[in-house]
Design a protein. Structure first.
Length: 598
């Protein structure tokens, strides 16, 4: 199957946005290189564009214009082929790319290959001088997360490659590799086997009761070609095998899976399985089995990479988003750390009686305690720890102080923990609203970001539309008719609050994805029909699932109840509510309906 480029101006299909970055292991990088080679071998490079780590090779093959684009984000570097209408007058790249562009112009692509067992793709190109002497160069895409890079190399006299240009130059030091223009190119070190078969068998026996992640790391450390997604698949397969040593079952499962993966990667006509998780998107050429979400399938890996690359560029087109996401992430992390600290204090407070008993025990045995002792065991066998630097009386006084402090702080700790729980829920909701705002029109995005700025105490960087006309327009875009009833979908925290407590009547129905950030959905019934039909409930629930953080899941649980059973939490945070008397339905997420009210 030939890997066709995805059109740059193609409308983005719902379901690709909102998930984490696409992470490719070495097997999938090899599959991607095979797809790209089938499409680009023999093509000519018209221009080399880009700056920093956003690179595009504009190419022509059989009179078709395509773009080999690389967006080397530290979280999920990607390379993809996309169709483009670019024909002439194309500007060259800036910075380091601009300096190397004339050298690559009109070069023919000989081959695109992947480095075995690594996340590196080579694009080998050649050109001919006026004297007919061939000139070879190599464009290297290092797709390792956290340290991606793009380099252009030329053959060196010793048979290796020398660096002509690099997006990032690195002075390694301390045994690390250098990436310096003019010096010999040294590829990143490959993962190495950490122990032999006997050590693996011994470790597997010792870790037989360990969790899945620990065992998958063990298998990957023994055989680096067994990448983490595949290692977890092996764990699942091994646990389903009856009897036998764990090491034997793991290696048997891996040998079988490796054969399947190698065959599927080599056959570019095979589909790719895509698992969209909260933190990242995993793609592989075989079903993995361990992700809880059901996979979707795409015909080619390039299709997935092209769509994710487009989405990543659109997300980065709103620079303000990154700062807001970072700030909210820090606020959530601070709240989490404070909660952990308070929970430790709460556990200590629950053991306050032990502090008093320890103090009483020391006072009752002052004469029996030797100076500078680090512990004391009474005649009854009770043991108490001592600070050797303190006298017995000082140790007892310290235990009594800890007792009083623990007892005194219990009410304040409980109240603060409740406040932190409310804050974390609200910050999570705001973080999801920022993520969702990427897909909104500019006016609605500005309104949402202004709310987030106000909620986090930041100075608003955008002016939100305040006119009634703008509000009416925004509301109509998120209202739908279902069998005579009207469904409203909240667009922001304040809009959630407005819909629930101003638009909805007491007898109308309220929907929300269970336990995760999401929009409030109101099912407003006509006067003659005060009970919703099953189809009305399902569609409203699907919309609530589709406008939640779990929009990419196969199934989402959605709670619904009458509006009279929903109340504000009273923390001054719009959109946060308590609700009761609810029912739950599991549905597939839905983003839009064709019969939107205009």
């Amino acid at each position: 199957m030939r890997c066709k480029g995805v059109k740059i101006d193609e409308p983005f299909v719902g379901g690709w946005r909102g998930c984490g970055p696409v992470v490719l292991d070495s097997w999938m990088v090899d599959r991607l290189a095979r797809e790209l080679n089938r499409s680009l071998a023999g093509a000519r490079i018209r221009s080399f564009q880009g700056h920093a780590l956003d690179i595009t090779l504009l190419c022509y093959r059989r009179r078709e214009a395509t773009a080999l684009s690389g967006l080397l984000s530290p979280t999920g570097p990607l390379l993809a082929l996309r169709e483009t209408a670019e024909t002439s007058g194309t500007p060259e790249g800036r910075g380091w790319a601009g300096g190397i562009a004339p050298l690559l112009r009109d070069c023919a692509i000989d081959a695109i290959t992947a480095v075995p067992n690594d996340r590196i793709i080579h694009v080998d190109v050649r050109s001919r001088s006026a004297f007919g002497v061939p000139s070879r160069h190599r464009v290297v895409f290092e797709l390792e997360p956290r340290k991606p890079n793009v380099l252009v190399l030329r053959p060196a006299e010793d048979g290796g490659w020398a660096i002509l240009a690099a997006a990032k130059q690195i002075r390694g030091g301390s045994g690390s590799r250098d990436v310096i223009v003019g010096e010999t190119y040294e590829p990143p070190p490959q993962p190495r086997q950490r122990f032999d078969l006997i050590q693996f068998e011994n470790l597997a026996a010792a870790l037989a009761d360990a969790d899945e992640r620990t065992l998958s790391r063990l298998l990957s450390d023994f055989d680096p070609t067994c990448t983490p997604p595949l290692a977890r698949a092996c764990i699942r397969r091994a646990t389903e095998q009856p009897g036998g040593a764990l090491a034997t079952r793991l290696l048997t499962a891996w040998n079988r899976l490796r054969s399947e993966v190698a065959a599927a990667c080599a056959d570019t006509s095979k589909p790719v399985y895509v698992y969209r998780l909260d933190a990242r998107t995993i793609a592989h050429c075989v079903p993995l089995g361990w992700p809880s979400a059901a996979p979707s399938m795409v015909a080619t890996l390039n299709e997935l990479c092209a769509r994710e690359l487009t989405a990543s560029r659109e997300r980065s087109s709103v620079p303000a988003m990154s700062g807001r996401r970072s700030k909210l992430a820090k606020m959530i992390e601070r709240a989490r750390l404070e909660r952990e600290s308070l929970e430790r204090a709460q556990r200590e407070a629950a053991a306050a009686e032990e502090f008093r008993n320890a103090g009483d025990l020391i006072y009752a045995n002052l004469a029996a305690i030797e100076p500078a002792s680090d512990s004391f065991i009474s005649a009854d066998g009770e043991c108490v720890a001592l600070d050797p630097a303190l006298s017995p009386k000082e140790n007892a006084a310290q235990y009594f102080r800890r007792f009083r402090k623990a007892r005194r702080g219990l009410p304040q700790i409980a109240a603060r923990l409740q406040t932190l729980a409310e804050n974390m829920n609200y910050f999570e909701q705001l973080a999801w609203e920022v993520q969702r705002a990427v897909d909104l029109p500019s006016q609605e995005r500005a309104a949402v970001l202004a709310e987030v700025d106000a909620a986090t105490g930041a100075q608003a960087k955008t002016e939100a539309p305040r006119t009634p006309h703008a509000q009416t327009q925004g509301s109509s875009r998120h209202a739908f008719t279902i069998e005579g009833a009207v469904v409203h979908v909240g667009r922001s925290p304040q809009d959630n609050d407005r819909l629930t407590f101003r638009v909805a009547g007491p007898e109308d129905y309220w929907f929300h994805a269970r336990g995760i950030p999401g929009a409030h959905v109101i099912l407003k019934l006509s006067e003659r029909h005060r009970r919703p039909s099953e189809s009305q409930i399902l569609v409203a629930a699907e919309l609530a699932a589709g406008h939640s953080r779990a929009a990419n899941a196969a199934k989402v649980e959605v709670d619904y109840t009458q509006r009279k059973h929903v109340r504000r939490r009273g923390m001054g945070k719009p959109g946060l509510v308590w609700y009761g008397h609810f029912a739950t339905v599991a549905v597939a997420p839905r983003k839009e309906r064709p019969d939107a009210v205009s």
